[in-house]
Structure formats: C-alpha cells, structure tokens
Design a protein around this ligand. Structure first.
Ligand code: ADP
Ligand code: MG
Ligand code: MG
Length: 262
C-alpha cells in the first residue's frame, strides 16, 4: 500500500526554525492522531507537507508512494493525492462554493488539463456534488454561498469536509477540524470524516492525520497511532490509549518527560 513518509523534516518560517527533525509515516487506511500543546508545530507540519510557500523545508524529505513531494507546488501535491483542512480556512469572497469546488475537483481529476481548458462537465459535477452534500447532510443552498464569506466556524469546517469528500484524496490532514464547533457539530464532522475515510479509491482507503486536542473527533475515527509533538519534534508515539491520556490529563507529564523539547 502507499505511504506518506515524512523523514527528518526540518522547517523554518521567516528564517526561524520551527520543526527540528519530524519522522512520521502514514499508510493508506490508517488513522493517526497528532496532539501537542499550542505552538508545538502541528500546523507547521501540515502546512509544510502541503507545500505552503511560507514554510521552508531546510532538511529532510516528504514522499507519497515514493514520489518526492518537496519538488512539487501545492496544487501538484493536491493532484498527487494530498489534502489539508486548515485550522483557519481563508475566505474567497465573490467565488461560490460550487465554482470553487468544480475548479479544485478539475485540478485533481484532470492533471493534464492546462490553464483555461475545460472544467469537468457541469452536469456530472452537479450530480456528484448533490450526492455528496446529501450524504453529509448539508443544505444544497450551501453550495451557492461565497467560500467562507460570513460562514460560521462550523460552516467553514463543513466546507472543508465537503471539499475533502469531492477531492477524494489519498491522504488527508485535518487541522483542528473540531475547533469552535459545538458537540453536535463535532459528532457530525467525526461521522463524515469516518464515512469519507472508508471509501475505497483505487483499492485502498484514505490515510488520515487528525490534529486535535479533544476526544470527540476521534470518536468515530479511532487512531491506530497517536503522536505527541513538543517543541517541533514528535517526542512520543503510542496507540489510542495515549490520545485518551492526553485529552483527559493534558500535557504536563509529556512536558516533564522531555524538558529539552519543551
Ligand atoms: P501548533 O499548530 O502546534 O499550535 P504552529 O505550527 O501553529 O503550532 O506554530 C509553531 C510555532 O511556529 C509557533 O511559535 C508559531 O508562532 C510559529 N509560526 C507558525 N507559523 C508561523 C508564521 N506563518 N509566521 C510566523 N511564525 C509562525
Ligand atoms: Mg495552535
Ligand atoms: Mg495549529
């Protein structure tokens, strides 16, 4: 099966080193939880893997199925099968959800397509969008709104999940998709992620990295592995019991155990 392999990853932002040698491998079909105190580098890891231009990789490698991701720009990485739901998604005023999703979906499904060439056919796209929105229990009206413009926190997160459902990535990184959501909304998000994650694509399920501080998002997405980030490094890896310990008791034990990282 394909693997997203992050090896000895060092990342700087504006010349300041943030990640100091992160190792993390995810196979298709696996769910990993990434936890750690605020400022430990979790979002930086996601952004660097996705190819955000502000995050400079100074050492190490990121490969998907053996293909070097660091050579690719962000849209090429999306085409290769990477997806990230951002902690703070950007608003795109003036662009409707449906149009945004049609462009994003075309980028991923039609790698040979050149700028200005046709998008995936409207009928085909609309049919699929409708199906996915029904599956995720979303109001069809939502597709006619401008991307993240005046969206509530919950709607922004739902929009990211819908995007993931349409793009059908091989690997998804979900950065605090539960932040700012009420309990019911988190449960719905958890169910939706589990549902999308179980769909087969080319004979394999999605590999998922869930960045969270809480239990609810993991309720339907039991992590096979839990990683703890501290000071720009993964200091511990365990199973579901490690996630349970951290969302119940916090990070004091981890900080005390790795004073050099903290
Ligand atoms: P986490 O997601 O674990 O809370 P982040 O990856 O957001 O942590 O941040 C890790 C560190 O990197 C913090 O000290 C943060 O201030 C810094 N950092 C992250 N992104 C930027 C950025 N775009 N500009 C400046 N500093 C950043
Ligand atoms: Mg944070
Ligand atoms: Mg973060």
């Amino acid at each position: 099966t394909e693997t997203l392999a992050i090896k000895n990853l060092h990342v700087s932002v504006e010349g300041k080193p943030i990640l100091h040698g992160v190792n993390l491998s995810i196979n298709r079909g696996e769910t990993h939880a990434l936890m750690g105190p605020n400022g430990s580098g979790k979002s930086t890891l996601g952004a660097a893997v996705m190819g955000h231009p502000s995050y400079e990789v100074t050492e190490g490698s990121v490969t998907l199925g053996g293909v070097d991701m660091l050579e690719l720009d962000a849209s090429e990485r999306a085409r290769a099968g990477l997806f990230m739901a951002f902690q703070r998604p950007m608003a795109v005023p003036g662009v409707k959800m449906a149009d945004f999703l049609r462009h994003a979906t075309t980028n991923v499904r039609r790698p040979e397509r050149k700028e200005g060439e046709e998008l995936i056919p409207m009928r085909e796209f609309r049919k699929e969008l409708k199906e996915k929105m029904a599956q995720l229990r979303m109001d069809p009206e939502f597709a006619r709104r401008y991307v993240n413009d005046g969206f509530s926190g919950g709607e922004m997160k739902r929009a990211e999940i819908l995007q993931m459902a349409m793009l059908r990535p091989k690997f998804a990184i979900l950065d605090e998709t539960d932040s700012g959501l009420d309990v019911d909304a988190v449960r719905l998000a958890s169910e939706s992620i589990a549902q999308i994650g179980k769909e087969q694509l080319g004979g394999a399920q999605m590999g998922i990295l869930i960045i969270t501080h809480h239990d609810k998002l993991l309720e339907r997405n039991t992590p096979d592995f839990t990683h703890v980030m501290l000071g720009g490094k993964i200091v511990e890896t365990g199973g579901v019991e490690l996630a349970q310990e951290l969302y119940t008791s916090g990070y004091d034990r981890v900080r005390a155990a790795y004073p050099d990282a903290a």
